[in-house]
Design a binder for this molecule. Structure first.
Ligand SMILES: Cc1cc2nc3c(=O)[nH]c(=O)nc-3n(C[C@H](O)[C@H](O)[C@H](O)COP(=O)(O)OP(=O)(O)OC[C@H]3O[C@@H](n4cnc5c(N)ncnc54)[C@H](O)[C@@H]3O)c2cc1C
Length: 170
């Protein structure tokens, strides 16, 4: 068990906090927890979710506390990037992580219960010059093989689909 008062004072998070654990503590600071996570963005919330889920699956109780200083998440990268879950990478591991994240979000109710994440997928448009075309083609092939569906468009098809786009090369 972590003695919370001392730990939180050490990281300077005591001013404001929000608990994203099974029990809402309001403004009262619990005196201890098994795992303390500083920051309730995507990484902190996900760590808390998986730690408690896995412990529950094993019939164990794990008291995980997430401390967040910004109640509105106004500066969290997680919130600033909610428009997309990128899967267009060149490394298989990155593509698989993107696919996993996308699947989790699309099936969030299965994992999180009756929570609407309001996710509106819009997709990505990754551009390359003629020098980068070979790499883009190779990446696209790998992505499609792993299940990250995408298609390659040449300049003409791009102009047709995105008339605002300048496809000229200097
Ligand atoms: C435009 C954009 C697009 C992106 N696209 C992708 C993508 O497609 N795929 C991908 O994998 N990644 C993407 N990213 C990156 C991804 O969003 C971040 O890597 C990820 O959200 C980081 O999560 P995090 O929880 O580490 O940080 P954050 O979301 O920033 O959360 C950190 C939290 O910790 C809190 N905190 C910090 N210090 C303290 C403290 N001392 N006490 C209490 N709380 C504290 C902060 O208030 C904050 O809420 C993108 C980022 C941006 C900006």
């Amino acid at each position: 068990m972590l003695p919370l008062g001392r730990v939180l004072r050490a990281v300077g998070s005591l001013q404001q906090f929000r608990c994203l654990c099974s029990k809402a503590y309001g403004d009262a600071l619990p005196s201890s927890c098994d795992v303390l996570i500083i920051g309730g963005g995507g990484m902190g919330a996900s760590s808390a979710f998986w730690l408690t889920s896995k412990a529950r699956q094993r019939g164990k109780k794990l008291n995980v506390l997430v401390v967040e200083r910004d109640h509105g998440y106004s500066k969290a990268s997680t919130v600033l990037s909610v428009g997309g879950v990128r899967q267009q990478f060149s490394l298989a591991e990155n593509i698989q992580m993107g696919l996993y994240g996308h699947d989790f979000i699309m099936n969030s109710q299965k994992h999180l219960g009756d929570v609407d994440l309001c996710f509106q997928p819009h997709g990505y448009l990754i551009m390359a010059t003629s020098q980068g075309a070979e790499i883009l083609t190779r990446n696209s092939k790998l992505q499609n093989e792993l299940g990250a569906r995408n298609k390659l468009l040449g300049p003409e098809a791009l102009r047709k689909q995105f008339p605002w786009l300048c496809t000229e090369q200097n």
